[in-house]
Design a protein around this ligand. Sequence first.
Ligand SMILES: [Zn+2]
Length: 421
Amino acid sequence: MFRYVLKNYMNNNNNRVLIIRHFSSVNANANFNDKTIELHITKNNTTTKHSFPFVWLRDNCKCDACLHKASSSRIINWEQFDLNVKPKSVEYHNERKILKIKWNDKDEHISEFSYEWLEARNFSKSNREEYLKKFYCLPKKLWGKNEYSSAMEYFDFTKILESDLELYKWLKSFSINGIATITGVSSTENEVRKIADRVGFIRKTHYGEEFMVKAKDNTSNVAYLSSNLQMHTDLPYYEYVPGVNLLHCLVQSKSDGAQNLLVDGFYIAEKLRKEYPKEFKLLTTVLIDWSDIGQEDEKSFHSIYRAPMICTDYDGRLTRINHSIPQRDSFFAVPIEEVQEWYKALSLFIKLIYDEAIELKTKEGTILCFDNRRAVHGRKQYIDTDDNCRHIIGAYLDWDEIYSKLRVLQKKYDENFKYVI
Ligand SMILES: [Zn+2]
């Protein structure tokens, strides 16, 4: 009773190998009750029942009048949608593996769904979790000082530009760990743009697209000083904070300083949640005014965004760390009795990030990549000399573009999750 399917599969070394997979035969039958159609699926001698609500099935009808296939977009007319729509009849065709529904509306509309499509979208808790973890966003792996060396993975610049599989491996590792290094980068100024263009496009800010980090006088941003740069996240005053920082090291300082400091802010936040709940609550609820006032290319700006230092979503999951001593506004619009307690929590956060921070001095010819919503970074003081001026070119990328590209590549390369359209 086994059907053999031959499948081409790219292995890690880019060699084409042939994998033989087998599927046992599948049988199903369908019936319906008040609100749902029940699909009873027998596979490997085990029967599973999946329930599908009428309203969801009708909403997701795949006929040409309801779905624009070329754009995978729903075009069903919701102004005339009947919330209480019910099937008139339901049949499951085992040969075609199709569920056919005749609805009780005026024109007796017919919808057909493939077994594979339905199974991929079944409402069981395990299936919903699998979709979120394996396709929507891969779960993040948090790291402290001791886990840093396994979290930081290295990828070759030319391979990323030339191979989709290498691009996929880099983005997958980066989305999980929040850090990655690209090696083999030549010392010319367009290299971060090439990497950004491979994923999507550079995220522009009021400092432009690429930014040069070189010590300069009369600067509008403290990052352009060669003195100690306290640990921070970049541009917390943007509601749409740049997602990713790419720092290309063209010339590294030969002086003793200039090491980058880097910590997984989500690791610190989880430590606070567990060990210091009072401080965690303050840092996740008290709204801070993050701001930036200055001028770039003769254009003045005054940005403000109000958000806690540690942002969480409706499920309490971490979404973003905001931390910047220079970019925290002196306007602190909270009740006066909250001020001292909040500063105590800030002070604890700072102690913990320095305790867990790793030091790395980036090498010439590398691009250091880190998640700007998650990693908190800084840099030690250094001294330029006439024949040795530290030179870094940076650019931002957004997670929207990264996740989009990652899903496109995942559909091509990931054998553990099959996206059924
Ligand atoms: Zn339809």
